[in-house]
Design a protein around this ligand. Structure first.
Ligand code: KG4
Ligand code: ZN
Length: 340
């Protein structure tokens, strides 16, 4: 069979990234230009700044992805690109570049859903992984429990009713004066502390999440302790918050695996880098005889390779987008083919 090379482009938030992936699972290049330093001083991503930086970086990043892959651009079979969800101005930059590449190379354009991309990072990391499986997708914008029934086919079983997990990490880090992004800093600090404070864990009858009450509880705890004149021991607060988050994420994911009868659990998204989540999920799943798949941290954050992989599986199933595909700030994961 002829090898298929996909150019993948991702610009939905604050990473400008492009990659060449061979046959959906082999990364030939994955260039990621992070804007974290630009947004740090504002304590979060500023959409307008992100869009402008993407405009500056997108062409050099794509050129570098092709150059360092070792293939000639004429060997590219299709261009995959995140068309949503994400910051609309940021998405439009990647999408416009992808359309131009698709038109110039005379190859199909494949619109990819950002969450579909995060999940596909696992197909790169785990060469024999195939659907069906249950996936926990946790990032700065999403906290979803998803059943992946086939490549590109999804059923959502649970989602956050308010904040996303990564968002809660980032907001708490800001309250504690730890900087941005909060996830990696809190994860590191938690290792030096004990989960001494009992923060609330919210349970629903279904598999939904809620993190805003937990976030408020942590913020209130910090304010109350300060008012009482007590000294704060930040590592304990981080460990206590993280323990509450991980408890609920692991519990709901295992419940989903039991309910669907699927013994394979796949983690995805930026928060899947979290050391405690990775360890606890493996521990609890192994007690139930379930397998856990997690991408290495570089594939958990936003990157072009995960988009190229998702585009490959869509492409071989015949899913192609028209050149009038628009960027969408919000778009359903269950009906990708209808929108892409
Ligand atoms: O997937 P991602 O790169 O971008 C979005 O699609 O949102 O995820 C970024 C989020 C940020 O909120 C960041 O704080 C969080 O992932 N994150 C972590 C860790 N590393 C990144 N959260 C918890 N623990 C980590 N080690
Ligand atoms: Zn993401």
């Amino acid at each position: 069979m002829k090898d298929i090379y996909i150019l993948g482009i991702e610009t939905s938030c604050d990473e400008t990234s492009a990659s060449i992936v061979k046959n959906g699972r082999e990364v030939l290049s994955n260039i990621i230009s992070s804007q974290i330093d630009l947004h740090k001083e504002y304590g979060g991503v500023v959409p307008e700044i992100a869009s402008r930086k993407h405009v500056e970086l997108i062409i050099p990043v794509i050129n570098e992805a092709i150059r360092s892959s070792g293939i000639d651009k004429d060997m590219i079979s299709a261009v995959g690109v995140t068309f949503g969800p994400g910051l609309i101005g940021a998405l439009l930059v990647g999408l416009s570049a992808a359309k131009a590449m698709s038109y110039a190379l005379n190859v199909p354009l494949v619109g990819v859903h950002h969450i579909e991309g995060h999940i596909a990072a696992n197909f790169i990391e785990h060469k024999t992984l195939e659907p069906p499986f249950v996936s926990l997708v946790v990032s700065g914008g999403h906290s979803h429990i998803i059943e992946c029934t086939d490549y590109g086919e999804f059923k959502i079983h649970g989602r956050t009713r308010d904040d996303a997990v990564g968002e809660a990490y980032d907001k708490i880090a800001r309250t504690l004066g730890l900087g941005y992004p909060g996830g990696p800093i809190i994860d590191k600090m938690a290792k030096e502390g004990n989960a001494a404070v009992q923060f609330p864990r919210v349970h629903f009858d279904n598999l939904d999440f809620s993190f805003s009450g937990l976030k408020t509880a942590v913020i209130n705890y910090v304010h109350n302790e300060k008012m009482r004149g007590n000294e704060l021991y930040i590592p304990d607060i981080c460990a206590s918050f993280q323990s509450a988050v991980v408890d609920i994420l692991v519990e709901n994911t295992i419940r989903a695996a039991i309910q669907t009868g699927l013994g394979k659990i796949v983690l995805a998204g930026g928060v899947a880098s979290n050391s405690s989540l990775r360890a606890r999920m493996k521990e609890e799943a192994s007690k139930k005889g379930m397998e856990v798949y997690i991408p290495s941290p570089i594939l958990c954050t936003d990157n072009g390779a995960m988009i190229a992989s998702a585009a490959y599986f869509a492409y071989v199933k015949g899913r192609k987008s028209k050149l009038d595909l628009n960027a969408m700030a919000n778009v359903s994961l269950e009906k990708i083919a209808k929108h892409a």
